[in-house]
Design a protein around this ligand. Sequence first.
Ligand code: ATP
Ligand code: MG
Length: 239
Amino acid sequence: MPEAMLSLKRVNSGYGKFHILFDIDLEVPKGKITVIVGPNGAGKTTLLNTIFGLATIHSGKVIYKGNDITHVPAYKRAKMGMAYTLQLFNIFSTLTVKENLLLATYDIPEDEAKKRMEEVFQLFPRLKERLFQKAGTLSGGERQMLAIAISMLRKPELMLLDEPTAGLAPKLAKEVFEAVRHLGDQGYTIILAEQNAKGALEIGDEAVLIASGRIVARGKAQELLQDKDLSRKYLGLEV
Ligand SMILES: Nc1ncnc2c1ncn2[C@@H]1O[C@H](COP(=O)(O)OP(=O)(O)OP(=O)(O)O)[C@@H](O)[C@H]1O
Ligand SMILES: [Mg+2]
């Protein structure tokens, strides 16, 4: 088993007094894509919020790079190398593509920023073609690519992606998934929450399935994908 970048130990969390996640044990290996799947309202976003410090942790521990960060606020987690791409509102729509990208590199030396920008354009050539377009006028797929690009520019040690394919046509969703797989192959550690279970499990390494705030299955992404009972019961997939 590769070294864990992040572990959750019997975490119970929610929002204020609302209890949403129950007894979550999770190990996120370094350099792998860990996929979180589950139906609407299962708690996928809440799990990412818990990892990033945006939820209330009632009990349990969150360990990141060997440090107990259970009570560390979100802005410090960002400084510790986590980047969180939200399910919604993940770009500045009134700014151009270029301005969005520049904002993400504001504190990075110019040469390094240029290098990172080139990596982004290699993965998403379409963004380079649309540099001066207002981000709010991008297509859904292009918008998600921009959101992922913003995260990439930070070179995060742990990348959290919440439903990057929500609302996308299958062809565009496939492109976004391929980009995420590409990042995984480059060595990024990624946690990908997705309702599009099939697409996510196809490109993932490890996977957990949450339902009603509890982890109900875990294993290799391919194994979960091929588990007929789980797929029918929770994911609406016919395999
Ligand atoms: N700020 C909040 N206060 C109270 N309850 C909340 C809050 N945010 C989310 N919830 C509740 O937490 C539960 C889990 O929501 P969550 O957004 O984590 O689900 P999800 O798996 O990401 O769903 P989806 O696939 O629709 O994005 C839901 O019942 C939701 O209503
Ligand atoms: Mg969600």
